[in-house]
Design a protein around this ligand. Structure first.
Ligand code: SF4
Ligand code: SF4
Length: 280
């Protein structure tokens, strides 16, 4: 993202909407400027502010005039008064930033489906997490911290060493050059994104081990890490296996999302899996 310094009148409105704090008023030029290293190309500034097309010279003159009279002339806080934002055309690898940071972007350019993933929300029909398994989402960077792929890489490498299986349809997995070692493509390691999610699954018995592994790696990386845990409930809709493990580890359980099983199963593997465990 770029700000046209000929148009910017340094009102400062945009500095409040950038989730990365990447926009600052450069005192040397007295214009808003984007720190390109920290910008994740989320377009919150460009799409989030209304764009007015006032004449920059007129606005600057008015602001100076009002200042001289010890008054202020500020545009409405949700407006860029001079439409100063000018998105840069993005090429590889920088375009990855946008794919993981702007939920409205189409993802054909990257070949990945953005940060978005179904996780276990559609487990009824996808059968991603089967009986006896636990699905983990390991989310980096949210809220408003962001994450570098080089830090995601550290977590993936340790998870791979532990022999976990990465979800194939996940965007981070699709950017791995070697899924067996959790190695992410080298050319994107220095790209920063708003957030990203790694998805894995393991047998239930490994729940505590994986959570402790995530805790250990989290301390070595400079971002926020959140763990989501998905499991299948029994036929009564209860979970007596994973819940107690999480409580023992200090988590207060809040069941945030429950699939109630009305979906039509389209995954043959899960049908087989259910048939095996169903009471005879
Ligand atoms: S909102 Fe527009 S005019 Fe105001 S500081 Fe930002 S870029 Fe400049
Ligand atoms: S595109 Fe997003 S990260 Fe970049 S300057 Fe705008 S709001 Fe900040």
């Amino acid at each position: 993202m770029k700000i046209n310094s000929d148009k910017c009148v340094a009102c400062g409105n945009c500095t409040y909407v950038c989730p990365m704090g990447a926009i600052y008023i450069d005192p040397a030029i007295k214009r808003a400027t984007v720190n390109a290293t920290e910008c994740v190309e989320c377009y919150a500034c460009y799409n989030g502010l209304s764009q007015e097309h006032l004449n920059p010279t007129m606005v600057r003159t008015m602001r100076k005039l009002f200042q001289w009279m010890r008054l202020r002339f500020d545009p409405e806080p949700d407006v860029c008064p001079t439409a100063a934002f000018e998105p840069d055309p993005l090429s590889w690898p920088r375009v990855v930033r946008r794919a993981f940071s702007d939920p409205r972007v189409p993802h054909e350019s990257t070949g990945v489906e953005g940060r978005g993933t179904e996780e276990v929300k559609t487990n009824d029909i996808s059968g991603r997490v089967k009986v006896g398994e636990v699905g983990f989402t390991i989310e980096f960077g949210r809220p408003a911290v962001g994450v570098w792929f080089r830090d995601i890489q550290k977590m993936c490498a340790e998870l791979a060493k532990a022999g976990v299986s990465f979800e194939k349809k996940n965007p981070v997995t699709s950017l791995m050059s070697d899924v067996a070692t959790g190695t992410i493509r080298e050319d994107i390691l220095n790209e920063k994104v708003l957030s990203a999610i790694v998805e894995i699954k393991v047998p239930v018995e490994r729940t505590e081990e994986i959570i402790r592994l995530v805790w250990a790696v989290e301390k070595q990386i400079d971002t926020v890490v959140a763990i989501g845990v998905g499991t299948r409930c029994d036929e009564e809709g209860e979970d007596y296996v994973v819940g107690p493990i999480l409580e023992r580890l200090g988590y207060k359980l809040e069941r945030a999302k429950t699939n109630i099983g009305l979906g039509r199963i389209t995954n043959r593997n899960i049908e087989r899996n259910l048939a095996e465990v169903a009471p005879k």
